[in-house]
Design a binder for this molecule. Structure first.
Ligand SMILES: [Zn+2]
Length: 105
């Protein structure tokens, strides 16, 4: 059986009945892709929807661990550590219910 039930990777303590699986990847802005996108937007007089249609780049960033988040390294974090980290907790709270495709406008 493969399981993620193991000590918290932050504090080393027991994970409770609920815990967090945090996947992380570094991403880098692709300046060339940004320049092409900005140029295309200017060409279409600010209409980003048209620039989106004609853009040749799929994204404006390069995800270092690959586009498949299932392949990203993950950390098992207990509820206490997760809730005690205002950055992680706030990010998760803010993102709930949001579209995961942020606008570049
Ligand atoms: Zn912990």
């Amino acid at each position: 059986m493969k399981t993620r039930v193991k000590p918290c990777e932050n504090c080393g303590g027991k994970i409770g009945p609920d815990f967090y699986i945090v996947k992380l990847s570094q991403a880098l802005v692709d300046p060339s892709a940004v320049n092409r996108y900005v140029g295309m937007t200017q060409y279409f007089q600010g209409h980003t929807a048209l620039a989106d249609v004609f853009a040749t780049d799929k994204t404006l960033e390069h995800v270092m661990q690959g586009e498949d988040a299932n392949q990203w390294p993950e950390m098992i974090i207990c509820l206490r550590c997760f809730a005690g980290n205002p950055i992680l907790a706030q990010l998760l709270f803010d993102r709930s219910g949001e579209d995961d495709q942020p606008s570049v406008d």
